[in-house]
Design a protein around this ligand. Structure first.
Ligand SMILES: [Zn+2]
Length: 365
C-alpha cells in the first residue's frame, strides 16, 4: 500500500513538470527554447528556463503572482543568476520556508522577461501552475460552492462530512446572515500527521487550518474520528465564510467575534470548556472583551478560556439581538470599522459596555 502510494506520487510528480507555452518573436534571434515549473509541495516551486540568441543573453527575470483575495495584486520579481552566454539555462527555486507556504490547490501565475546584449527583449505569456499536494491520490465531491477532496476512507464518510458542512452553512446563514461568496475547497487529510506534512511551519498541534484568502481549508480527519472532524470542519468553514464576507483592506475582526462565531457553529460548548468558564467566573478571572479582541494567549488554559468566553459572548449577542443585528455588525466590519465604533453603531455599547453586559448575564453557555 505504501509502495503503491509512493509510486503514484512519483507519477503525479512527473506529470507536474508542466511545459508552458512560450512566445517567440519571429524574425528575432532571441528565443525561448523551454520553460517549465516543477511543484515540490509544500516546500518549493522550481522554475527553469532555457533561451538562446546570436549575442549574449544578459538578463533573465521571473515574475510571479499568487491567486488569492487581495486589494492590491502583488507581483514578485526575481533576477536570475547566470553566466551571460548565447545559450543559457537558468533555474530558480521559490523556497516556501522563506516566504510561508501555499495551501494545496492554490494557483500561481508566472512569466519571464529575457534580454540580450542587443537590448532585444522577450516577455513570455502568463502561465498558470496549480500547486497541488501530489503526495496523495485525491478524489473530490462537490455540492453547491463546497468541494471536498479526500484520498482515504470510503465515500459514505465523505458524504456524511459534506452533509454536515452544508448544514453548517444553513445554520450560519440563519444565525448571522453570512453565506459563502466564493467556492470553498476543503482538503481532508487522513491524519494530523499527513496534514502537518502539507504545512511549512505547523503549530505544535494543528487539527485544521482555514486559508481564508485562498478559499481553502486543510484538515486532518482520521476515519475513526468523524464526529470530531465534523466539529473541526464546522469551525474552519465558518472562519472562511465570515472572512470572505468581511474582507477589507483596513481592519480585521476582533478575535472574540471571529472565534466565537466559529465555536458557536460547532454546536454546544464542550463540558470541559463550560467548567473552565464556571471556574473563571467564580474566581473572578474572566478575560475582558477588550483583551479578547486581540490574538489569544499562547498558554493553553488561558487560550481555552478565551475560546469559551468568545462562544459565550457571541451566544449572548445572537440570543439577545438576533440575526439581523449580527449581519449588520459583520457588514459594519466589512467597511473597515474599528471595534468600539462598530459595536456602538449596531448595539449602542462599546467593548467595555459589552463586557459588563456579558458579565451580568446569568446563563453563559
Ligand atoms: Zn478558530
Amino acid at each position: 500500500m505504501v509502495k503503491r502510494a509512493s509510486l503514484l506520487a512519483l507519477i503525479l510528480c512527473l506529470f507536474l513538470f508542466l511545459l508552458s507555452p512560450v512566445s517567440v518573436q519571429a524574425g528575432d534571434r532571441l528565443a525561448i527554447l523551454d520553460s517549465s515549473v516543477e511543484v515540490d509541495f509544500p516546500l518549493k516551486l522550481n522554475f527553469s528556463l532555457s533561451a538562446e540568441s546570436d549575442v549574449n543573453i544578459n538578463e533573465i527575470r521571473l515574475h510571479y503572482t499568487v491567486e488569492r483575495m487581495s486589494y492590491a495584486q502583488v507581483t514578485s520579481e526575481v533576477y536570475l543568476e547566470f553566466a551571460p552566454a548565447t545559450r543559457v539555462e537558468a533555474e530558480w527555486s521559490w523556497d516556501m520556508r522563506k516566504t510561508g507556504g501555499l495551501p494545496p490547490g492554490s494557483t500561481v501565475g508566472y512569466w519571464w522577461t529575457v534580454e540580450d546584449a542587443k537590448d532585444d527583449r522577450i516577455k513570455t505569456e502568463l502561465t498558470k501552475v496549480k500547486v497541488d499536494d501530489a503526495r496523495y491520490p485525491w478524489q473530490s465531491l462537490t455540492e453547491g460552492k463546497v468541494t471536498l477532496f479526500w484520498y482515504e476512507g470510503d465515500e459514505s464518510c465523505v458524504r456524511e462530512l459534506m452533509a454536515a458542512g452544508q448544514q453548517v452553512l444553513v445554520r450560519l446563514a440563519e444565525d448571522t446572515g453570512a453565506a459563502p461568496e466564493k467556492p470553498v475547497n476543503i482538503y481532508i487529510y487522513a491524519s494530523s500527521q499527513d496534514l502537518l506534512g502539507a504545512m511549512i511551519f505547523p503549530q505544535e498541534w494543528t487539527g485544521g487550518v482555514a486559508h481564508t484568502r485562498f478559499g481553502t481549508i486543510a484538515i486532518g480527519i482520521p476515519t475513526d474520528s468523524l464526529d470530531w472532524g465534523k466539529g473541526a470542519m464546522a469551525h474552519e468553514l465558518t472562519h472562511l465564510v465570515i472572512h470572505q464576507m468581511v474582507f477589507n483592506p483596513y481592519n480585521d475582526l476582533p478575535t472574540w467575534l471571529d472565534e466565537g462565531i466559529a465555536m458557536y457553529a460547532e454546536g454546544e460548548l464542550e463540558p470541559v470548556l463550560a467548567d473552565l468558564l464556571d471556574r473563571a467566573t467564580a474566581e473572578d478571572k474572566l478575560i475582558s472583551v477588550r483583551s479578547l479582541s486581540s490574538p489569544f494567549s499562547a498558554y493553553a488554559e488561558e487560550s481555552a478560556l478565551a475560546y469559551a468566553q468568545s462562544y459565550s459572548i457571541v451566544k449572548l449577542l445572537l440570543g439577545n439581538y438576533g440575526q439581523s443585528k449580527m449581519l449588520e455588525l459583520l457588514n459594519t466590519f466589512r467597511q473597515g470599522s474599528g471595534y468600539d465604533q462598530a459595536l456602538l453603531k449596531v448595539y449602542g455599547f462599546d467593548m467595555d459596555g459589552l463586557n459588563s453586559l456579558w458579565r451580568s448575564y446569568p446563563s453563559k453557555y
